[in-house]
Design a protein. Structure first.
Length: 188
């Protein structure tokens, strides 16, 4: 090695260690900046207002589960493919992993915890129990919420129509016939 190449190598090593040291020193400032970028929102969930400070990128699903401790809404795929996170927003079903919490202020959000009236289960919940329309339970809250919306939307004229309008909710245990039967029962 020549003195020139050693100098370059040493310079690179010194510059690299200086950059690492500077980034480590900046880490607390970056963390403070992240928390400072949170916004105050109010979510109306199951008839109650909840004031939260969240980062703008927090999904409605994460706000419900991690900030409000409403863990009935499940995190399945986190990509909007399985429907386990389905909730009702202003009476319409949405996949809560695909919407930001800040976008749902001033909206009426209903989760699986908000369906029952005290000790009286919602008719779709009762029908799911009666028809044994679940096994592992991972998809059940999303299936029930979609079933409630399917009935409210008037898409229960036939088993085929129910299957079509429930197709955004996957059941890994393949309880589809029982789910369709439960929705038909509850629609009556």
């Amino acid at each position: 090695m020549t003195a020139d190449s050693e100098y370059r190598r040493r310079t690179v090593l010194k510059a690299g260690s200086a950059a690492v040291t500077a980034s480590l020193a900046a880490a607390p400032a970056a963390a403070a900046q992240t928390s400072a970028s949170s916004v105050d929102i109010t979510l109306k969930v199951n008839g109650r207002d909840h004031r939260l400070a969240v980062e703008p990128r927090v999904t409605l699903l994460d706000a419900l589960r991690e900030r409000l401790d409403l863990t009935g809404t499940k995190k399945g795929c986190d990509r909007g493919e399985c429907g386990a996170c389905t909730v009702l927003v202003d009476g319409r079903r949405i996949k809560s992993c695909l919407t930001l919490a800040v976008m749902r202020q001033n909206a009426e959000i209903t989760t699986i915890e908000g369906l029952a009236q005290g000790d009286r289960l919602h008719p779709v919940q009762t029908a799911f129990i009666r028809r044994d329309a679940f096994q592992c339970g991972g998809c059940t809250p999303g299936q029930i919420m979609s079933g409630v919306a399917c009935i409210a939307e008037g898409h229960t004229r036939s088993a085929d129509e129910i299957r079509e309008w429930m197709s955004g909710n996957l059941c890994r245990c393949a309880c589809y016939p029982n789910i369709v039967a439960a929705i038909q029962d509850a629609a009556k």
